[in-house]
Structures are given as C-alpha cells and as structure tokens.
Design a protein around this ligand. Structure first.
Ligand code: CP
Ligand code: NVA
Length: 340
C-alpha cells in the first residue's frame, strides 16, 4: 500500500486471490464503525486507499453485498447520509431499508438491547443517526451485526473520512496539509480532529469561548498526534487558525437538536463567518470545505461556497465512495467479488 499520497489507480487483482490480498491489506480489527477511534492510523490509510479503488473501478464491486440487507434508522433528518448509503448499498448489489425515527428516540418504545436483538435476526447491518452517542455504542454492543455511525451528537466519522479522502485527492500527502476548522466544536469537528491526528496531519480549530470541542476528544487527538507527528491546535483566534491553511472548513453554528439556540448562536459566532476576507488569510490555493447542509449567509457567504475554491460537492460525492469501502470491509461477501 502506498503511504498517504494520492490514490493508487493501478487495477487490483480481483477474484479469489484478489479477495484474499485485499482483506489482508485493508481488513479492519473492529466489527463496527462508531468512532474514528475504532480505526488505527494504518486502517484509515487503507480505507482511503480502498475508497480510491471503489471510486475508480465501481463495477468490480457490484456484487460485493449480494443478498445483504442493510437498515438505516435515523432520529434526525438527512439528505447526504441517507442517499449515499442507500445508493451505495444498491451499487454493491445489496438492498436497503430506511426507518424514519424522527418521531421518537430509538429506545423510547422498548429497550435498546431488545431492538438490537430483533434487528440482528433480520438484517445484515445497521446504519444509525442519533442524538445520544450512547445509542450507537449500545446498539453495537448488543447487535451481533455491524453498526455504522451515520452521525451522533459526538461524532460524524463517515463525514471526516470522506473529507480526508477529498483533501488527499486535492493535495496528495495529507501530512503536508493544514486544515483550519472554524465555528462550533461539534461532532464534525471531533471526527476531523481524530482523523487529522491519526493521519499525521495539521488541524487548527478555532471556536468561540464556551463552544470548544469535547475535552476528552481533544486529549485523545493530542495523544495520537504525539505518535503520528500530527499537529492539533485548539483556540479561539480565527485568524491565526486560518493563516497559512490549505483548507478552511466550517459547519453550521447550531447543529440538529440545537434549533432553540439559533439566535443566541448567531451573535456569538458571527466573527467566525467564512467570507472573502477570512479566505484571504489562508493560502492562495486553499480550498473551502463544508459537510453541508450550509446556512448561507451565516457560517459561510454565498461568495465563498460558490467560489472555485469550494469543494463541498466533491466532499458530498466522496461520502458515497468512502461508505461503500466501509461497507465492503464490515459487511462484504468475502468482500470483493467481481461482476459475473
Ligand atoms: N453531511 C451530512 O451528513 O449531510 P446530511 O445531514 O444531509 O446527511
Ligand atoms: N453538525 C451538524 C452536521 C450535519 C451534517 C449537525 O449535527 O447537525
């Protein structure tokens, strides 16, 4: 496997030998993907490598989920996560079921463990979008089938993996990249920090006082950074975070579930808006990133999100490819059967 450079696009050996080799190369040690912390640095590197293969040779993976049924249960709204998982499952030969769980929390009607023990009898994998992170970890603990976190209040691992795949596509070696994340120290910020730390990259996070990232996540990211040579900076100074950055990233100021704080947050966060003036502090060739949905005119101006520097739709596309790679590794039929 190459290191953190651009995706290797030489066609891999498919068929039985290829399956064995790919499993040996990319196999994951944990059965679920709940947090970026579930992956070792080399597993993340392998996953990004496999994502490149899936993106380049989609037909070679068209039967990898043959006969598999994946259920998506979402307590919150979604465009990208729902559709990229549903399209991804189908393009791997499987089928998906969507459960709109917005009316009540998953464990409101019956114990989470009972839900888990039902699901494991019917389907082959679960994608969850929840408020409480414990709901995702609890489901993984009780269900004997793979569970993927499609966003919780604490983390959004699929997003961060797609984002670092996008950064790698744009710049090659992510170890030479400085990403400035400005805004709320939220789920997306947490997963980005953990991914940057694992990959030996540089991340500078700037948030208003009182909206810092979770201190346990900061500690884990800093510890990991000491092993990988990454640089993790957390502060309040937006200009110093963005200065010299290759990528400037922001997310909504009020996440799903914080709708009643929108007005309060608007006034606190306004100095953190990504606009033309702030982008000028970054490198000339800097890209603008956002997980979407964006609140145009709040955390980012139209000018920036619609500029040639913006890669937001590349990020959205790459959600599909990276999640296909994740499902191949966690739920695949021996993984990599070529098309008949
Ligand atoms: N970025 C993201 O997860 O988008 P959705 O909320 O639309 O799924
Ligand atoms: N932080 C945002 C991300 C949406 C994809 C939220 O949780 O609503």
């Amino acid at each position: 496997m190459s290191s953190l450079g651009k995706t290797v696009v030489s066609k891999p050996a498919f068929g039985r030998a290829g399956v064995k080799k790919m499993r040996a190369t990319f196999g994951l040690s944990k059965p679920d993907l709940i947090s970026i912390q579930d992956l070792t640095p080399s597993e993340i590197e392998g996953l990004l490598e496999l994502t490149g293969l899936v993106k380049t040779y989609p037909n070679e993976f068209a039967r990898a989920l043959d006969g598999k049924q994946i259920v998506l249960i979402f307590e919150k709204p979604s465009l990208r996560t729902r559709l990229t998982f549903e399209v991804g499952v189908r393009s791997l030969g499987g089928s998906s079921l969507f459960v709109d769980q917005r009316g009540a929390r998953i464990d409101e009607r019956e114990a989470l463990s009972d839900v888990a023990h039902n699901l494991e009898r019917w389907v082959d994998g679960i994608v969850l979008r929840t408020f409480a992170h414990d709901t995702v970890t609890g489901m993984a603990e009780h269900a004997g089938i793979p569970v993927i976190n499609g966003l919780s209040d604490l983390e959004h691992p699929c997003q961060a993996l797609a984002d670092y795949f996008t950064i790698r596509e744009k710049f090659g070696d992510v170890r030479k990249v400085k990403l400035a994340y400005v805004g709320d120290g939220n789920n997306v910020a947490h997963s980005l920090m953990l991914t940057a730390a694992a990959l030996g990259s540089h991340i500078a996070v700037a948030t208003p006082l009182g909206f810092e990232p979770n201190s346990d996540i900061v500690d884990v990211a800093c510890e990991l950074a000491m092993q990988t040579g990454a640089k993790v900076e957390v502060g309040t100074d937006v200009l110093s975070a963005v200065t010299g950055a290759n990528a400037v990233y922001t997310d909504v100021w009020a996440s799903m579930g914080q709708e009643n704080e929108v007005d309060m947050r608007k006034s606190v966060f306004s100095p953190y808006q990504v606009n033309d003036k702030l982008m000028k502090a970054a490198r000339k060739d800097a890209i603008f990133m956002h997980c979407l949905p964006a609140h145009r005119g709040d955390e980012v101006t139209d000018n920036v999100i619609d500029s040639p520097q913006s890669v937001v739709f590349d990020q959205a596309e790459n959600r599909l490819h990276v999640q296909k790679a994740i499902m191949l590794l966690l739920m695949g039929n021996g993984g990599f059967a070529p098309q008949a």
